[in-house]
Design a protein around this ligand. Structure first.
Ligand SMILES: [Zn+2]
Ligand SMILES: [Zn+2]
Length: 143
C-alpha cells in the first residue's frame, strides 16, 4: 500500500514538471516576450533546405535566424517563413534539429514527427528533450 502511494506522488511530481516545461517552451517559442539581444552572438542553430535537389544542411547564427523570422513573419501563415538557401538560392530553408544520437546524427526539420517533441528524430526516433526528461524521471525514482 505504501508503495502505491509513493508512486502516485511521483506521478504527480512528473506531471507538474512536464506542465512547467511546456509553459516554458511555448511561452518563449511563440513570439512576444524576450528580446533578440538576449540571444548570445555565438549561439548557432541548424537549418535545412527542403529543396529536394539541394537538401543543404548548415548552421547559422540563432540571432540572425530569429531576426529574419521576426522581420519576415507572415501573420496569416501558420509556420515560420523560409530562409533563402545559401547553396541553391531558393527560399526553402527552415529551422532544423540535429539528432543527438551519435549513431544517427542526421539533421531534420523541427517538428518532423507530428504531435511529438520538435526534436524527435524521424529516423532513429530519439528526442533529446525526452532523453533529458527520462533522465530526470530516473533520478527521481532513485536510480
Ligand atoms: Zn538549398
Ligand atoms: Zn536520429
Amino acid at each position: 500500500m505504501e508503495e502505491s502511494k509513493k508512486k502516485a506522488v511521483m506521478i504527480g511530481i512528473i506531471v507538474v514538471c512536464l506542465g512547467v516545461a511546456g509553459v516554458i517552451i511555448f511561452g518563449t517559442g511563440s513570439g512576444g516576450g524576450g528580446s533578440l539581444d538576449d540571444i548570445p552572438d555565438d549561439e548557432m542553430t541548424w537549418v535545412k533546405c527542403l529543396n529536394k535537389s539541394c537538401n543543404a544542411e548548415y548552421e547559422m547564427s540563432r540571432k540572425e535566424y530569429f531576426k529574419f523570422v521576426t522581420a519576415n513573419a507572415n501573420p496569416m501563415a501558420p509556420s515560420a517563413p523560409a530562409l533563402t538557401c545559401e547553396k541553391c538560392d531558393e527560399p526553402s530553408v527552415y529551422v532544423a534539429e540535429k539528432c543527438q544520437n551519435a549513431a544517427c546524427g542526421i539533421v531534420f526539420r523541427s517538428g518532423a514527427v507530428p504531435n511529438d517533441f520538435p526534436d524527435r528524430c524521424p529516423t532513429c526516433k530519439q528526442s533529446a528533450t525526452e532523453e533529458i526528461r527520462n533522465a530526470r524521471k530516473r533520478e527521481m525514482a532513485g536510480g
